[in-house]
Design a protein around this ligand. Sequence first.
Ligand SMILES: O=P(O)(O)O[C@H]1O[C@H](CO)[C@@H](O)[C@H]1O
Ligand SMILES: O=c1cc[nH]c(=O)[nH]1
Length: 291
Amino acid sequence: MEIISETDLILNADGSAYHLNLLPEDVADTVITVGDPDRVGEVSKYFDSIELKKGKREFITHTGYVGKKRITVLSTGIGTDNIDIVLNELDALVNVDFNTRTPNARLKQLNIIRIGTSGAIQADIPVDSLLVSSAAFGLDALMGFYKTENNAAEQEMLNEFTSVFPSHFAMKPYLAPASPMLLDKLAKDIARGITITSPGFYSPQGRQVRALTAVPGLMDMIAGFAYKEKRITNLEMETAGIYGLAKSLGHHAISFNVILANRATKKFSKQPGKIVDNYIAGIIEKINNNL
Ligand SMILES: O=P(O)(O)O[C@H]1O[C@H](CO)[C@@H](O)[C@H]1O
Ligand SMILES: O=c1cc[nH]c(=O)[nH]1
């Protein structure tokens, strides 16, 4: 079997993964990801016990138990460039033997559950509500670097979405679905939508402060898109990368979006911390009861 080289999979002196600074035994089968490193403690405060706290750069990890369920919560920082690191290192931690540098014979499927914040683009989606992404379009470049496959229905929706953009626009969107199993187990009662993952917060999400946009009307193009009564509901910066890489690596992923902004009504949450905290508690309860 081919050995994964020391520069393809970099390990620290203590044998931990290069960026996440974790050892294989540090990772639970259920992994909650959050963007904000400060949100890790806001999740683990609901654990009954915490067995480890580790970190490096923006990647902070706590692993512990809720009842008998072992859970890891880990911050990704912002953007799909970080998701590339987090998903590949998480997968290596559970599916590669770090001593022999070869993939394990039995591959593990992690449950990866993102709890993130997001902006709605449809006027009828209230600020402070919760949305689950049934699928996500990536406007970033990440999944262009990986082999991916869409089924016929996904490919048709992707083709229609791509045709929304002017032909001079260089970006090539991709589409990745949530795990049907996690949607069923964790999100039966939660509003669903299609999420856009953007490679930035300002012009890539239709915002203008001082730098002028090269894509006027981006929000209207996206908000007006419909495919078989499905519409795009919200914008954030990680979900499509998580869904795309989780699918490529054989893991299950789901993304919960706490809607803090509504771009159509121009409203922002008055109490973002409290709202996110309430949803974290509810999602942990669902994980504990259903996974
Ligand atoms: O709250 P998090 O999880 O960081 O998610 C959203 O917030 C950040 C932008 O403010 C981006 O990471 C976006 O995806
Ligand atoms: O509008 C928003 C709000 C949170 N996160 C985003 O990426 N966009």
